[in-house]
Write a protein that binds this ligand. Structure first.
Ligand SMILES: Nc1ncnc2c1ncn2[C@@H]1O[C@H](COP(=O)(O)OP(=O)(O)OP(=O)(O)O)[C@@H](O)[C@H]1O
Ligand SMILES: [Mg+2]
Length: 327
């Protein structure tokens, strides 16, 4: 029996966006296709993959900021989305427990509101009991938690640097006292010099508050040190998932192998000596994904079978999942 507590179970999740193509025709962007994984309480699961592979859509669909197309999402033992059920399940009791930090801090903060109002708005939704002095004190406390102070409260987002704006975004997420946070590329819009400050802060907050993170990044080197496990996405699908060290040292899927071969090693001689797997061609469109294995058009090992049938998502070693016909 697995002793870890499953906080979130995602089963066969799909999210298709309808797109009008002509007067009467609708086509679908298959942004997330049949994704299954479990997130354990207190862990950080890194999600990596190229731009457009569906990472943000996956995070948002789990929180039902995008209504999924089909599949199932179970949060702390309760079904919060079931594509088979006709009746909608209310997310209200879960909104407080599940939060998100957005990719672009400047776009995610209302420019007409002061920082105090932005954090206060989130606070009053989740703590309507707090009024007057106690309410203001809590806002200041949240700002201090993320390395800002009470004087920042009356300023507007444009008066802050990117790193400070992201801190405001984090304070807003923390206002609800969540258990689970989707961190959607929280540092990719920031200066390299402040990226590690924000990552360190997120790690400290996780320890202090026993938070569980789904940490999205497009670069595997960003998440490998902070994630307990890493999931790799390609064209809407999860292609591999394993404990971080194992995924980085013994990747099974050819796509993960190619991603890792592009990460520089600490020793430049080793980097030069290493064989690089360079993928040919562009990522196909999620409007018309390839048949069979979605990666077959770029895979150096693809055979006829790969073009015909989709490989199964299987556990190949304990805790190490991948979908590839060659395994
Ligand atoms: N609201 C939408 N309507 C239509 N298509 C969408 C919508 N949102 C996302 N998509 C499409 O779904 C696919 C996945 O997008 P998504 O934003 O999830 O990718 P991502 O992995 O987060 O990329 P990035 O690293 O650039 O943030 C893309 O092809 C995108 O164009
Ligand atoms: Mg994204």
């Amino acid at each position: 029996m697995d002793e870890r507590k499953a906080l979130l179970e995602v089963q066969h999740l799909r999210k298709y966006f309808p797109i009008k193509s002509g007067m009467f025709r609708t086509e679908y962007v298959q942004a997330v296709e049949d994704v299954t994984f479990t997130l354990y309480a207190g862990e950080t699961l890194g999600i990596v993959g190229e731009s457009g592979c569906g990472k943000s859509t996956l995070g948002r669909s789990i929180l039902r900021l995008h209504e999924p197309t089909s599949g199932k999402v179970i949060y702390d033992g309760t079904v919060i989305y079931d594509g088979e059920k006709k009746t909608q399940i209310s997310m209200l009791p879960y909104r407080k427990r599940m939060q998100i930090i957005f990719q672009d801090p400047s776009a995610s903060l209302d420019p007409r509101m002061t920082v105090g109002e932005i954090v206060g708005e989130a606070l009053s939704v989740h703590r309507p009991d707090l009024k007057g002095k106690a309410y203001r004190a809590r806002i200041n406390e949240l700002l201090e938690t993320v390395g800002l102070n009470s004087e920042h409260s009356n300023r507007f987002p444009h008066e802050f640097s990117g790193g400070q704006q992201q801190r405001v975004g984090i304070a807003r997420a923390l206002a609800a006292e969540p258990e689970f946070i989707v961190c959607d590329e929280p540092i990719s819009a920031l200066d390299v010099s402040i990226q590690s400050q924000v990552v360190n802060m997120l790690e400290d907050l996780q320890k202090e508050r026993s938070l569980t993170y789904l940490f999205i990044a497009h670069d595997i080197s960003v998440v490998r040190h902070i994630s307990n496990r890493i999931g790799v996405m390609y064209l809407g699908q999860m292609v591999e998932l394993a404990e971080s060290y194992e995924l980085c040292s013994a990747p099974l899927h050819p796509y993960t192998q190619s991603l890792l071969s592009a990460v520089p090693l600490p020793d430049p001689d080793k980097t030069r000596a290493r064989q690089r797997t360079i993928l040919e061609g562009d990522v196909p469109s999620p409007l018309h994904p390839p048949t069979g294995c979605r990666f077959h058009t770029r895979c150096p090992y693809a055979t006829e079978e790969c073009a015909k049938s989709a490989p199964e998502w299987k556990e190949h070693r304990p805790g190490h999942f991948a979908s590839c016909h060659k395994l």
